[in-house]
Design a protein around this ligand. Sequence first.
Ligand SMILES: CC(C)(COP(=O)(O)OP(=O)(O)OC[C@H]1O[C@@H](n2cnc3c(N)ncnc32)[C@H](O)[C@@H]1OP(=O)(O)O)[C@@H](O)C(=O)NCCC(=O)NCCS
Length: 179
Amino acid sequence: MPIKHIETQRLRIRSFQPNDWQAVYDYTSDPAVMMYIPEGPFTPEQAKAFVAENMGEQARFVAVLLNTDDMLVGHMEFHPWFAPQTYEIGWIFNRACHGQGYATEAAVALLQYGFETLRLHRMIATSQPENVASCRVMEKLGMRREAHFQKCIRRPDNQWWDEYFYAVLEEEWFKANDT
Ligand SMILES: CC(C)(COP(=O)(O)OP(=O)(O)OC[C@H]1O[C@@H](n2cnc3c(N)ncnc32)[C@H](O)[C@@H]1OP(=O)(O)O)[C@@H](O)C(=O)NCCC(=O)NCCS
């Protein structure tokens, strides 16, 4: 089910619109932001294609904007995973906005939407062990590390990367959030 609109204290999460591509390109072209993304930095054409692919019913990513000025500062991955009532969640933000809790705030809203509205059973997320910020977000969300896959991701430069696998179950979410 595509997300129409979710509002948090500081953020607005919505589906992508055609003219979002320039803001997406601003951060997806940044090598530091894309360091742990297997595709690497985007070209303008890749940013346009990414936005176009994520506008319809099959969208796997949603845009995140600041409430104050409507600036698009990042996007969240949010889509069904390979098991019943299970979704994957992920995050990429503009470097100018890192360290302000935005990824965690957006992820909390999507976990809440997933468990309380979509009635999901389990949500998962992955990260390279070296990606300390991303691992920290998963831990702040109350996700548990379930696996450490060794040399499982092939990079364009032919290096192999490890991957941590995290998850949170509906009963863990409801217990932690007392709802
Ligand atoms: C991962 C990412 C989305 C986090 O976004 P963010 O809005 O800065 O995240 P938050 O502010 O909610 O939380 C980040 C946490 O990591 C911590 N952190 C960041 N860099 C760190 C480092 N080098 N060492 C230790 N902790 C670090 C922050 O201090 C914060 O934890 P705290 O609240 O306990 O202080 C952002 O860094 C990003 O866009 N990275 C590039 C894209 C990416 O790698 N995405 C994930 C792919 S798996």
